[in-house]
Design a protein around this ligand. Structure first.
Ligand SMILES: [Zn+2]
Length: 145
């Protein structure tokens, strides 16, 4: 099952690409490239997961371990994507909606998506709770190539 190992190695290199977030200067364009990488990585994993589910059904074999590895990796990638998006937003002076997690322009009063009131002064803190809130939002971003 070397294909699964390949996928995991790819994910790790994507993580290394953004591992320098503690540095003084954050290169937003690099971070955005990293999100594109992560999104394609995620799409790839979802596709593999779909194939595994299909094969399992067709062949009657048990691919639970493979599925669990993939799901774990997908979860990790989504968390990475979220944190990169947080960093980008914080450095683009955007504000994150406390309810739905949508990024709005700096001086927004209400969220574009859900209408929640936005406290612009609180824009800079990052919420780790959001990392487990996985929605389709990660995949419909308009910066996807
Ligand atoms: Zn919202």
């Amino acid at each position: 099952m070397s294909i699964f190992e390949d996928v995991i190695l790819n994910a790790r290199s994507a993580m290394d690409a953004v591992g320098k977030k503690a540095g003084q200067v954050i290169d937003i364009s690099k971070l955005k490239l990293a999100t594109v990488d992560l999104k394609s990585e995620l799409a790839q994993k979802f596709q593999i997961l779909g194939n595994v589910v299909y094969e399992e059904k067709i062949t009657g074999k048990d691919f639970t371990k493979n599925k669990n590895e993939l799901i774990e990796k997908i979860t990790e990638l989504k968390a990475q994507l979220d944190s990169i998006n947080d960093i980008i937003a914080n450095n683009s002076q955007k504000v994150k909606c406390p309810v739905c997690g949508t990024y709005n322009a700096k001086n927004s009063v209400f969220c574009n998506k859900c209408g929640e009131k936005i406290e612009t002064e609180e824009a800079s803190h990052m919420s780790t709770d959001d990392m487990i809130d996985f929605t389709e939002d990660n995949f419909d971003d308009d910066d996807l190539i």
